[in-house]
Design a protein around this ligand. Sequence first.
Ligand code: NAP
Length: 331
Amino acid sequence: MTYTPSNNRYTDMVYNRCGVSGLKLPAISLGLWHNFGGVDHFETSRSIIWSAFDNGITHFDLANNYGPPPGSAEENFGKILKSDLANYRDELIISTKAGYNMWDGPYGEWGSRKYLTASLNQSLKRLGVDYVDIFYSHRYDPNTPLDETMGALDFAVRQGKALYVGISNYPAEATKIASEILRKLGTPCLIHQPRYSMLDRWVEKDLLDTLDREGIGCIAFSPLAQGLLTNRYLKGIPADSRASKPHGFLKKEQITPKTNEKIETLNRIATSRDQSLAQMAIAWLLKDKRVTSVLVGASSTNQLCDSLNSLQNISFTNDELKEIDSILNRE
Ligand SMILES: NC(=O)c1ccc[n+]([C@@H]2O[C@H](COP(=O)([O-])OP(=O)(O)OC[C@H]3O[C@@H](n4cnc5c(N)ncnc54)[C@H](OP(=O)(O)O)[C@@H]3O)[C@@H](O)[C@H]2O)c1
């Protein structure tokens, strides 16, 4: 099948400036961690990408290790880019990362210049592109000087292999130091990618303030807590869900009666707002202006469209926020 993007693709999406940079990102971006690997159904993955682009999602997030097998999500996205989106490269923001285990030996993970540089070269080949828009250090490496890791990111930009750089999963203090180093190098840190959802609020302690002070954007990953903050698990564990898949990162043990009770109560608030729980969970993140984009995953176009509709209502009354807080704070 041939793909022609919708002419209306830019009518409904909201685009937010990423920190103090000139780059705008869609309020909802699509991540290819799950559902786009070699083990997944290629045509389904392809239809999700089409649906995303048709609805104004310009930003697709990858990493060297996404699959399984590792690397296959980049390969699949590369195929789709070539067959369907080749004429639209300048409308796309493609990101990739290096940090987790990718190949054998001492140079296949963490934050050395050797690993980051080699990994980006491999990613470009798999994706079939000359450059990525954002290249991330995927995790903070306590055993490599930050000067070296940030120097490797700066090197990627100077080589023309990345336009912007970002960091992911870095604690607040390391973020501040990394930002200072990058600014001195002349390649400011564009963006931080932390896990952030109603069920995981660690960024609220000091990371979001640090990002605000440093002028760095924030893209929240796993905003639906991998599917927990949706209607997916309200009536058991569906056979086609992430928690049922052997390679899924969501484990059945995480779906406890206590969590389910919280989810059911949150679901009732979502219903009273005329939203699905997924929509409310995304809106709840976007209410904070420090959050540039919410990075969702999806296993079907229906899920993605449901999530996109969150943009129709991202405001909350004080009473709703208080009620949500009291549910989330329950032991
Ligand atoms: N930087 C990092 O270290 C890091 C780590 C993790 C993720 N990420 C990034 O963040 C992206 C998103 O992560 P994630 O996939 O965990 O995000 P998520 O949005 O929290 O979870 C996505 C899953 O939730 C379910 N879902 C999505 N929309 C739904 C809807 N409207 N209704 C019902 N269920 C729905 C689907 O589960 P089923 O598959 O069960 O249908 C889907 O696979 C990744 O692809 C990746 O780009 C980054």
